[in-house]
Design a protein around this ligand. Structure first.
Ligand code: ADP
Ligand code: MG
Length: 238
């Protein structure tokens, strides 16, 4: 079953058509990577999924429900950005509690949700620290921990590893794959990095100039590129 379903999504900024009619089905529990060159509309598409931006036309369903006009908080979607966006004046625990502020939860229930997420991300010993006292990898883990406390049905990642050095990036790729296995939640991961897409994805969506060029398993795209662009862009296998 499709967890996320996009129908004829367009987005214009003034005269510029950034998304030019996106039709896409994302299967429940899958790890999908949207890959494409800088400026092709990846972040715009992800922001529309999250409800941070609205399409000019088209519709969007999540878990069978039309969410096209709904606020982010009404969508059970969590988004992780490349710049972590942690609150510097708050401890890790307070950062992780922040997405729960609007929910009716008792103190114990809230603490349990944070402990559960901290356990999964192995950041239980960092809960009282401020972001300034964390390494890049730890910050990224906290950002992901903060995203999972609300138990979303879909995770969106916008180039979450692009600020990390190569070694840490490799480690975080493995950890994200492990997180996906553990949670079984639908994940949509955006990157401009072909190698990252080829190694992480169950399914790849190649985006170019606001259009979907091809959707498929990594090796299918490599062996049978549908367009010249895909052939040139996917290049080498992992
Ligand atoms: P990507 O994430 O693939 O690099 P984006 O979705 O960020 O691409 O941007 C796609 C295009 O849309 C770019 O040309 C960008 O300048 C333009 N764009 C994005 N957001 C806005 C905005 N709020 N106003 C005007 N143009 C925008
Ligand atoms: Mg982007």
């Amino acid at each position: 079953m499709a967890e996320v379903s996009l129908h004829a999504i367009t987005r214009r900024f003034g005269p510029t058509e950034v998304l030019r009619g996106i039709d896409l089905e994302i299967a429940d529990g899958s790890f999908t990577v949207i890959v494409g060159p800088s400026g092709c509309g990846k972040s715009t598409l992800l922001r529309i999924l999250a409800g941070l931006d609205a399409p000019t036309s088209g519709s969007l369903h999540i878990a069978g429900r039309d969410v096209t006009g709904l606020e982010p908080a009404e969508r059970r979607i969590a988004m992780v950005f490349q710049n972590y966006s942690l609150y510097p004046h708050m401890s890790v625990r307070e950062n992780m509690a922040f997405p729960l502020r609007s929910l009716r939860m008792g103190r114990a229930e809230r603490a349990a949700a944070i402990d559960r997420a901290a356990d999964i991300l192995r950041i239980g010993d960092l809960l009282d620290r401020k972001p300034a006292h964390l390494s890049g990898g730890q910050r990224q883990r906290v950002a992901i921990g903060r995203a999972i406390v609300r138990e979303p049905s879909v995770f969106l990642f916008d180039e979450p590893l692009s600020n990390l050095d190569a070694a840490l990036r490799g480690q975080m790729r493995v950890e994200l794959a492990e997180l996906h296995r553990q949670l079984g939640t639908t994940m949509v991961y955006v990157t401009h990095d072909q190698v990252e897409a080829m190694t992480m994805a169950e399914r790849i969506v190649v985006l170019n100039g606001g259009r979907v060029e091809q959707v498929g398993a990594p090796m299918d795209l490599y062996r049978s590129p549908a367009t010249r662009f895909v052939a040139g862009f996917i290049g080498q296998p992992p």
